[in-house]
Write a protein that binds this ligand. Structure first.
Ligand SMILES: Cc1cc2nc3c(=O)[nH]c(=O)nc-3n(C[C@H](O)[C@H](O)[C@H](O)COP(=O)(O)OP(=O)(O)OC[C@H]3O[C@@H](n4cnc5c(N)ncnc54)[C@H](O)[C@@H]3O)c2cc1C
Length: 413
């Protein structure tokens, strides 16, 4: 059978495009290399699937902001929500604009997409790893690892990026696009934990503390995030730290110096707070002095970072010592030596370069009839629903582009 569209990759983008095209009556083959579609989707939003964000704007995106802007214009979050409503997934938003399915279950989002594909007759082929995508007459042929061939008029590459290889990311899509004339920009992990010298965080593994995290590049504040710092043996994780990873990775790649400043008492004057406390609890040993403000082990780490002896009593502290401790409580600064790799990242920065695509339709400018969408392209978003918003919106634009080609040709027959 000759399909109207070969969709390579049954993740977020591929499933959305398959639904949209099949609902318009197009014959679609969805080719997925794993033994099930949408595996990564199940893990999104801690199993709740943060599927878009009402406050999405180009500023939430990196790589080609222009492409992100075009996709937001064509498929803004409200239109994406309406798409899901039509599939039977009503959505709700939290105070930060993060949108979730009303069920709070990523599985229900995947089911809705899968059921739509089944109901509309999408030919879903699992265990079909596309190793080659060839031009064939006016269309394309996708070739599987086993040598099976599927033909289609248009092809949409949405094979994702390199993040979370355990969920199937492998990067073959880049090679498919390269073979058809596309450039690929360097890729690195974004939305990933930050690495610090391990001795700086020794003993803090598993400790969580609320605060304000600031990334410093060459001593200047470049981005601030409020939230939880989750300490690990290699550094700092948690959403707030992970949000800083892209800029940290970029700066480190450019040979610049990065540091993470942690303020555990945002909105408070740490010096006044500790001065009051020392007056109130003069006999309290420093090993317990910060108890109640931050977790005990973290409090002790801050005392050590201030160069103070844990056995000193608060009342014995000289003003300079109290200030050092306040500086650590309100601005503990750790060098950032890198970010964790793709296995702990949520998204890939870099990818297929957007100047080779018409960003109104995601059609290749190098190979007509070829489209791409989602993480395989050089767009990545902040944490908070922005990456799935890009995956859906770029895929739904591509579906419209493919539909227009088929429509134009059937009108000419
Ligand atoms: C743990 C985790 C949590 C996340 N949570 C969120 C969240 O809550 N909100 C949010 O916005 N973003 C989140 N993200 C990011 C989001 O999941 C991705 O940006 C999004 O899934 C990208 O969609 P995609 O379709 O481009 O790629 P994917 O969803 O990765 O799908 C690509 C598919 O292509 C298949 N494939 C690859 N190569 C081939 C081949 N050669 N042949 C056939 N098939 C192939 C893969 O097996 C895969 O199924 C999260 C990511 C992770 C890892």
């Amino acid at each position: 059978m000759n399909y109207d569209a070969l969709i390579i990759g049954g993740g977020a983008s591929g499933l959305a495009a398959a639904c949209a095209l099949s609902r318009r009556g197009r014959r679609v083959a969805l080719l997925e290399k794993q033994n099930r579609v949408g595996r990564k989707l199940l893990s999104t939003g801690n199993g709740r699937c943060n599927l878009t964000n009402l406050n999405a704007s180009a500023g939430n995106y990196h790589g080609s902001r222009q492409a992100a802007q075009a996709a937001l214009r064509a498929w803004p979050p409200r239109r994406v929500m309406a798409f899901f409503e039509e599939l039977g997934i009503p959505c709700t938003a939290d105070e930060a604009g993060r949108v979730y399915p009303m069920s709070n279950q990523a599985a229900s989002v995947l089911d809705a997409l899968r059921l739509c594909c089944d109901e509309q007759g999408v030919d879903t082929r699992i265990n079909f790893a596309v190793v080659r995508l060839e031009r064939s007459g006016r269309g394309f042929e996708a070739v599987s690892q086993e040598g099976e061939r599927v033909r289609g008029r248009c092809a949409l590459v949405c094979t994702g990026g390199l993040a979370a290889p355990k969920l199937g990311a492998s990067g073959e899509g880049y090679r498919l696009l390269e073979a058809l004339g596309h450039g690929i920009s360097p890729r690195f992990a974004a939305i990933a934990p930050l690495k610090t010298p391990p001795e700086a965080v020794r003993g803090l593994k598993g400790i969580r503390a609320e605060g304000e995290l600031t990334l410093l590049v060459d001593g200047n504040d470049v981005r601030r995030e409020a939230g939880e710092a989750l300490f690990a043996e290699y550094g700092v994780s948690g959403i707030a730290a992970m949000q800083l990873a892209r800029q940290a990775a970029e700066a480190l790649r450019a040979g610049r110096r990065c540091a993470l400043r942690l303020n555990f008492v945002p909105g408070e004057d740490a010096a006044k707070l500790l001065a009051r406390r020392a007056e109130q609890l003069p006999a309290r040993k420093l090993e317990d002095f910060l108890n109640g403000i931050v977790p005990k082990r973290l409090g002790q780490a801050l005392v050590k970072a201030a160069g103070l002896d844990l056995t000193l009593a608060a009342g014995e502290l000289k003003p300079g010592q109290l200030k050092k401790l306040a500086d650590c409580l309100g601005g503990w600064t750790l060098p950032v030596t890198g970010t964790q790799d793709f296995d702990q990242a949520q998204v890939t920065a870099g990818g297929a370069i957007l100047k080779d695509f018409d960003t109104r339709s995601m059609q290749s400018l190098r190979t007509p009839g070829l489209f791409a969408a989602g993480e395989v392209l050089d767009v990545d978003g902040d944490c908070g629903g922005f990456n799935l918003q890009w995956a859906w919106s770029s895929a739904l634009m591509a579906a419209e582009g493919i539909d227009a080609i088929i429509n134009g040709e059937s009108g000419n027959r």
